[in-house]
Design a binder for this molecule. Sequence first.
Ligand code: XIL
Length: 347
Amino acid sequence: MRKTSTRLRLAGGLAALLLSVGAPVAQADENEPPTLAELAQRHGRYFGSATDNPELTDEPYKAVLGTEFDMITPGNGMKWYATEPQQGVFDFSQGDEIVNLARANHQRVRGHTLVWHSQLPGWLTSRAWTADELRAVLKKHIQTEVRHYKGKIYAWDVVNEAFNEDGTYRETIFYKTLGPGYIADALRWAHQADPKAKLYLNDYNVEGTGPKSDAYYQLVKELKAQGVPVHGFGLQAHLALQYGYPGTLEDNLRRFSRLGLDTALTEVDVRMYVPADDAKLATQAEWYRDMTEACLAVRRCVGITLWDYTDKYSWIPAFFDGEGAALPWDEQLRPKPAYFAIREALG
Ligand code: XIL
């Protein structure tokens, strides 16, 4: 394992060098092992990673980001607080930086996210809005952002985390002010602004069947019946060892496929209580393998995105007390058992 990790780091360094002199990454040595992206492409899938602007000064990190993956999601840079910090004043600099980097590396981009209750700007949450006012604000936000990135985004997470665990609508500012129709409106507005982008609903704890994923299943059925442009269902897949593996994942992916929808695992990580040990890392590797196999088994599961690829930049330690070690590369950018398990599953 040591030998492999050294080789990978060297490969990353070489890639960085090639990039800096402008040679295309595709010309990598034929003796190099295929990347996760190349392995996934053999199945007609992508393999992606989230990234965030502050990390982009880390050259070894960037080298792996730019070679191992073929789909990139900005972890924060396209969220409402970042893109419309004051009402009507738009700032796409962070998203642009990531889109430009991805394009330079011949990677596609998932846009994340247009409508969400979290990470909203203060101007939006600190006052009351009438339905007409908020509808206009929401439409302008969605259409300005989607238009800005028109032609550069493979898929948008249009609405993120719309349901509670029991399948009732989350009482967000949008739901409370506009009612459930805000979801169809958001999809229609996004579609007007970039008719070629795939439009997704995205959530966590929807990997298995249950009240929350059932709510999406019903909603998508209704939206489809009404001719609302909805093309994909994103399963975030923020898993945790202490909660068990969602054994119905493959069945769940399949039922959404049957509705005529693409599915994707959009924010994958598998957290554990730290410190990690060999047993936990082995279980984690199994779960990554199982998730990858589940996606490959369902035709319309189009790809998998890690919520960043290295423990060095994982969001988990800051959000879940005592937990971490959730990603396939460790804090030193060395591949963990999970990385090799994914490779085997993509085999
Ligand atoms: C997280 C980011 O990774 C963090 O940097 C940020 O502080 C909070 O949000 N579900 C989502 C993502 O849809 O947008 C969240 O990203 C993780 C949970």
